[in-house]
Design a protein around this ligand. Structure first.
Ligand code: C2E
Ligand code: MG
Ligand code: MG
Length: 528
């Protein structure tokens, strides 16, 4: 009999782990030689004819004549037993027809998801999905067709969710989806779920092909959100089921939330989102400009502020739609549009001597800045329009600073190289650490208007403002105060070293067409 090292019989990827396990055991044996060192383990090995087998080994350490430690054991082939175990598990926890988790496994996962949500405050959702008029198809076309359709339906559901979500089949044409790790904010969570639900509904609107025939089969979905362990599993399933009946009652091929308030909020948001997308196509967005003035009252810059002229609702403020645009990703398209408009403005200004020296500040939302293509987006715009980059100032909010600082620094530096400068908007409201701030190649801090507003009455706001001003001074950054409405505020700010201001005291944001005429008014200019 020839002898060969164990590792030669193992698939290569297992050897390192196996060796280190034996090393640990040997160390245990050497440390306590008199204890009993016997262990059982299962390992995959290669059979002489090449296929893999699972071996269960019982082994123990002893010493040979020369005192060297020796591992001795007996292994037996347990491949079939392991396979049988797997089959039993598969039968116990998975649906035979679709291979999806069955009700018991769903219950386990739902209990875990509820517990996890209580720990980490994420929301979760249960979606009850029921096929519309499946019974009719099953009865008229036969169970063979019904079964194939259920298999395809299972596959479509699986493709609509993340790998970490659960798609289970309860039986018949009832499926339950469990979505975990949703945002803690219930409205955002509901929006995410709604998006997934819409994806499912539209996936089911595609014909199913079975034995070269097309079949139509839509779905109705009931949704119930959860956060923490306030509700138990049975209650959640019951609610999602109830909501599903509401979707059926609403005409099928629909999605309904258990909570009617949530339903209203989510529907309103969905309508607003659709309106925004249409609005951009139809030219309903515009930039307004608000001047920024220096200590001598000279206009050195303007901030571009987005306005949405909605056909029914009139002028909609960005505070009403930026957050939603950010949530649903529409901000990427909207932000791109803002950048293009800003580029066009800078080009137009460059041709007019009294406007050519004016900086244009553009707000950039966190999601837009985080987007991998952001630097490219800005530099493409500059290259295409030939806009003067050194006149462009991008306003970031403190919330981008909680991200990967290296990435933030890389992006800012790349754009700095082109001449673009950065300002930190709403400064003081977030949680920037000074250590972070020092690393960022910014050129301006913008004192948030909430501090300016109560400057004259609230000593702690006054203190914050003074602190920001001296911070800016020591870091070599310009500090601009926004929301300056009164002469008293302006004078206080100036006394403490501020020499850049923006606010109604100087002018309200105005349409682009009003900008050049306003600049050309003799000072003191007036916003009215
Ligand atoms: P922000 O960047 O901090 O802009 C300053 C806000 O203060 C503007 O509100 C401006 O109209 C308002 N404001 C200016 N002076 C005064 C004043 O003296 N008193 C008072 N009470 N308010 C003043 P607006 O235009 O409603 O914009 C709100 C926010 O929406 C902006 O805050 C900015 O965060 C966001 N936003 C606006 N345009 C864009 C954009 O193009 N992209 C992105 N991502 N966000 C934008
Ligand atoms: Mg701003
Ligand atoms: Mg601001």
């Amino acid at each position: 009999m020839t002898s060969r090292p164990m590792t030669e019989l193992m698939p290569g990827e297992h050897t390192a782990a196996w060796l280190s396990e034996q090393q640990d055991r040997l160390a245990g044996f050497l440390a306590r030689p008199n204890a009993r060192h016997e262990f059982t383990s299962t390992t995959e090995m290669r059979h002489a004819d090449g296929h893999l087998v699972t071996l269960e080994s019982v082994a123990h350490f002893l010493r040979d004549e020369s005192g060297q430690p020796l591992l001795m054991g007996v292994s037996r082939d347990v491949t079939e037993r392991e396979q049988a175990d797997r089959n039993i598990k598969q039968l116990a926890f998975f649906d035979v027809l679709t291979g999806l988790p069955n009700r018991s496994l769903l219950h386990d996962r739902l209990d875990q998801a509820i517990a996890a949500s209580a720990r980490n405050r994420h929301s979760g959702a249960v979606l009850f999905v029921d096929l519309d008029h499946f019974k009719t198809l099953n009865d008229t076309r036969g169970h063979g067709v019904g079964d194939r359709l259920l298999q395809q339906a299972a596959e479509r559901l699986r493709q609509c969710v993340r790998a970490t979500d659960t798609v289970a089949r309860l039986g018949g044409d009832e499926f339950v989806l469990l979505l975990g790790e949703l945002p803690s904010d219930p409205v955002s969570a509901a929006s995410d779920v709604r998006a997934t639900g819409e994806k499912i509904l539209s996936a089911f609107r595609q014909d199913f092909q079975i034995q070269a025939q097309d079949y139509r089969m839509t779905a109705s979905i009931g949704v119930c959100l959860f956060q923490g362990d306030a509700d138990d599993r049975e209650e959640l399933l019951k609610r999602a089921d109830l909501a599903m009946y509401r979707a059926k009652a609403a005409g099928r091929d629909a999605l309904a939330f258990f909570d009617p308030d949530m339903q209203r909020v989510v529907s309103a948001r969905a309508a607003l989102e659709a309106d925004m997308r249409k609005g951009l196509e139809r030219g309903q967005f515009a930039l307004h400009l608000q001047p920024q003035v220096d200590g001598a009252g000279r206009v050195f810059g303007a901030e571009a502020l987005l306005r949405w002229q909605h056909p029914e609702r009139g002028a909609v403020s960005p505070v009403e739609f930026i957050a939603l645009a950010e949530d649903c990703g529409f901000i990427l398209a909207l932000g791109q549009w803002v950048l293009e408009e800003a580029g066009a403005l800078l080009v137009a200004w460059a041709a007019q001597p009294d406007l050519a020296g004016i900086d244009l500040a553009v707000n950039v939302s966190p999601r837009q800045f985080r987007n991998a293509g952001f630097v490219q987006q800005v530099s493409d715009m500059l290259a295409r329009t030939q806009a003067p980059a050194q006149r462009l100032k991008l306003e970031l909010t403190e919330s981008v600073l909680v991200d990967d600082v290296d990435d933030v620094v890389t992006k800012i530096t790349a754009l700095n190289r082109l001449g673009v400068r950065f300002s930190l908007d709403d400064f003081g409201t977030g949680y920037s650490s000074l250590a972070y701030l020092k690393r960022l190649p910014l050129s301006q801090l913008k004192i948030d208007q909430t501090f300016v507003r109560d400057l004259m009455h609230d000593p702690s706001d006054a203190l914050i403002v003074r602190t920001i001003l001296s911070l800016g001074q020591s870091m070599g950054l310009q500090v601009i105060a926004e929301g300056v409405e009164t002469q008293a505020q302006r004078d206080f700010l100036e006394r403490h070293g501020c020499n850049a201001f923006q606010g109604y005291l100087f002018a309200r944001p105005m349409p682009v067409a009003a900008w050049a005429p306003w600049i050309r008014l003799p000072p003191p200019r007036n916003s009215s």
